[in-house]
Write a protein that binds this ligand. Structure first.
Ligand code: PAF
Length: 284
């Protein structure tokens, strides 16, 4: 496995694969890797001749400077894991390399980037599109792998891929959960043992809501999820929206779409930690 820090070295590392027309998988990450990331990398390794994993804490997608400063940086441990699971190249650029000029580009894909996270984290998806479009241009992947925990991110990037005519296949990968249901996230390490126990109520309620939905309206189900989670001491729902899985437009009836997904963000604990999760009521 090669570890490279510049775009020039990334292109050089990929040259042997390109010249023979081989496939390249890209797994964009911000590091602090866990089993969720590992599952994306394993899939890419299985489906491509070469796998590039980018490890870059992208400053333009953080609207809170404190959050950016606090973001865990564990490149050495990340590389050890990536070597073990068969990545070909780790691309860990500096901020100067990724952004030689301030990025003035504005991406706008409403409603995918304006609803839910878009409303609560202004500019976040613009920053995501800035870095992901750069990574697509640098690595020119055949396939790009993203975890469905960040369900909205996938919808926004899909729109960007269509808009900018990137010639690649988007590969959304299922959420990886702990045995007890908690969705894996780098932020879980910020939870105390007690808070972790409380956080379990998020996935438990989402799973239970699939049964509840069988004989309740969409509006009733949405309210039931919000009330059930808010009734747990230490949890506070920021939003719960039941949306069309492609457009992310909020739905008012189960019949409005064949692809129905519930997306939630919940504050957990004293500090508090912001956790996201989602559930599919109807799969495409
Ligand atoms: O999902 C993430 O970790 C980031 O948003 C991404 C896609 C690596 C872009 O910085």
């Amino acid at each position: 496995m090669k570890i490279v820090h510049t775009v020039h070295d990334l292109k050089t590392a990929l040259l042997p694969f390109r010249s023979e027309g081989k496939s390249v998988g890209l797994v964009p990450t911000m590091g602090a890797l866990h089993e969720g990331h590992a599952s994306l990398v394993r899939r890419s390794v299985a489906e491509n001749d070469a796998t590039v994993v980018s490890v870059f804490v992208n400053p333009t997608q953080f609207n809170d400077k404190n959050d950016l400063a606090k973001y865990p940086r564990t490149l050495e441990a990340d590389c050890a894991l990536l070597e073990q699971i068969g990545a070909t190249v780790v691309f860990a650029p500096s901020v100067e390399d990724a952004y030689p000029e301030p990025d003035e580009r504005q991406f706008s894909y409403p409603p995918t980037d304006t609803v839910m996270e878009g409303g609560f984290r202004p500019g976040h998806f613009n920053g995501v599109c800035q870095i992901v479009s750069k990574l697509f241009m640098m690595a020119e992947p055949t396939r790009a792998y993203f975890g469905e925990k960040d369900f909205q991110q996938i919808a926004v990037i899909r729109r960007m891929v269509e808009d900018l005519h990137f010639d690649l296949q988007m590969v959304p990968c299922p959420i990886v959960r702990e045995k007890d249901g908690l969705a894996l996230s780098s932020r879980n390490t910020l939870l105390t043992e007690a808070e972790r126990g409380i956080a379990l109520n998020i996935s438990k309620t989402l799973f239970a809501s699939k049964d509840y939905a069988k004989d309740h309206s969409l509006a009733e189900t949405k309210q039931w999820v919000i009330d059930t989670i808010n009734a747990v001491d230490g949890l506070e729902v920021q939003y719960y929206e039941i949306v069309d899985g492609n457009s992310l437009q909020s739905l008012t009836s189960w019949e409005d779409s064949d692809y129905v997904v519930g997306c939630i963000t919940v504050f957990c604990g004293q500090i508090p930690v912001r956790l996201i999760d989602n559930i599919k009521y109807k799969e495409q």
